[in-house]
Design a protein around this ligand. Structure first.
Ligand code: CTP
Length: 400
């Protein structure tokens, strides 16, 4: 089926480049629906984009005879929303959850992937508020950005802020529209496990689940049948993925084990607790009057990934991907975990980056000798990278 792209154009001088972008999308075979802000229409006429896309361009929030809930309907069919140029003001409004014009409302109502190509004056680009807004959009909503280039800007100054070239935006959009995992069954584990001491107390860890959810989201978008086995986190289940909640390591072991045999790929991002209380109480534990010290005896939890490594030793499938969370010497630890866990791929990262922040600097190692440092990347970008590696292993696509 022909991909359907919503092309948002907001009001900056770079709007003239949107015409070329629209033409490239159409040439690529995409159906394109353009939505413009009113300010954008001062830089480029809707007629230009209407002619190139072959569809009426939407600008106004009210008064359209076409649909009663246009902002919802416009996005309902689209596979991707590309906003180019994305002005500082548009990004700020989206980060604040505003819906004060059609393009902002369409964006807020859109449930799919968003790719934005910021364009603005250097000072606006470098303003920490703009950075904060972009970080929020990327970490909360998984937005991806095509970074602006450096050069002469419309205001006469020189510096970063110039919108990326249409060809570059097309490449990023193509990556987000690929369906190279179609027909594959992928299981992703995510989040922390929670090990109960009694009905009101537990031992857990600070895993946010964001890495696993980013992988589940990307895998599902790329066409895989995704099951997400997740410890308790406060993230919405990505569109298209099947959520299987699991609280403790033992729950997670069961949930993963029951499904593992039918999977092509298993990605263990979960921060599984290595130990659990030996005797969890079914009633709330009370403190004794003179009790100054309490010892909670812990016993080892099963290593789920190592268990899978043993169970599927020598088999090509499922491809087993594990994570190694370290405080130092990431690559050496990742290589050693390849062996001890019997995994095909290990993604090593620093605890400092992995918990909380949106950016990771990972080292990916595999059983064929790959040793690759990613540099600082967002969790979304890292998810795409890992899946491309897996796709290549399964003969799905050349690595990008
Ligand atoms: N893992 C698992 N079961 C466990 C512990 C970890 O399946 N009981 C998986 C994780 O999901 C991850 C990988 O093993 O994919 C590595 O987890 P990590 O916490 O880095 O390593 P550990 O095996 O716990 O080793 P250590 O904490 O001693 O470094």
């Amino acid at each position: 089926m022909q991909p359907f792209v919503l092309l948002g154009v907001t009001g900056g001088i770079a709007a003239y480049k949107s015409a070329e972008l629209c033409r490239l999308f159409v040439k690529e075979g995409y159906a394109v629906q353009v939505v413009m802000s009113r300010a954008a229409t001062r830089f480029i006429t809707p007629l230009t984009l209407e002619t190139l896309s072959g569809r009426p361009v939407h600008v106004r929030m009210f008064g359209s005879p076409r649909s009663r809930v246009e902002h919802v309907e416009l996005g309902a069919q689209a596979n991707l929303l590309v906003v180019a140029p994305a002005t500082a003001d548009y990004l700020a409004r989206c980060a604040a959850g505003r819906a004060n014009d059609l393009i902002a409302a369409v964006t807020l109502a859109f449930k799919g992937k968003v790719l934005a190509a910021p364009a603005m004056n250097t000072n606006m680009w470098e303003n920490p508020v703009t950075r904060r807004n972009m970080d929020a959009l990327s970490s909360l909503l998984g937005w991806q950005f095509v970074q602006p280039g450096s050069g002469e800007l419309a205001c006469g100054s020189t510096g970063p802020g110039r919108m990326a070239e249409p060809g570059e935006i097309l490449v990023a959009a193509k990556q987000l529209l690929r369906r190279d995992l179609e027909g594959l069954k992928i299981l992703v584990s995510a989040g922390p496990t929670v090990e109960d001491i009694d009905p009101v107390r537990f031992i857990s860890n600070r895993s946010s689940g964001r890495m696993g959810y980013a992988i589940a989201e990307a895998a599902s978008r790329r066409g895989a049948d995704v099951t997400l086995v997740s410890g308790p986190v406060s993230l919405p289940c990505p569109q298209g993925a099947r959520l299987v909640p699991a609280r403790s390591a033992l729950d997670m072991e069961r949930a993963v084990g029951e499904r593992a045999g039918s999977c092509d790929v298993i990605v263990m991002t979960a921060a599984v607790a290595d130990f659990r209380p030996a005797e969890p109480s079914d009633h709330k534990l009370k403190k004794g009057k003179a009790e100054e010290e309490r010892v909670v005896r812990l016993v080892r939890n099963p290593d789920i990934l190592a268990g899978l490594g043993k169970r599927f030793a020598g088999a090509r499938r499922p491809v087993l991907v594990g994570f190694a969370l370290e405080t130092e010497d990431v690559e050496a630890a990742a290589v050693s975990k390849l062996k001890t866990k019997g995994a095909h791929v290990i993604v090593g990262n620093l605890a400092r980056d992995a918990f909380g922040g949106d950016r990771n600097e990972a080292v990916i190692v595999d059983d064929a000798g790959l040793r690759e440092s990613t540099g600082p990347v967002t969790k979304s970008a890292l998810a795409e990278l890992i899946l491309s590696l897996v796709a290549a292993r399964l003969g799905r696509a050349a690595r990008e």
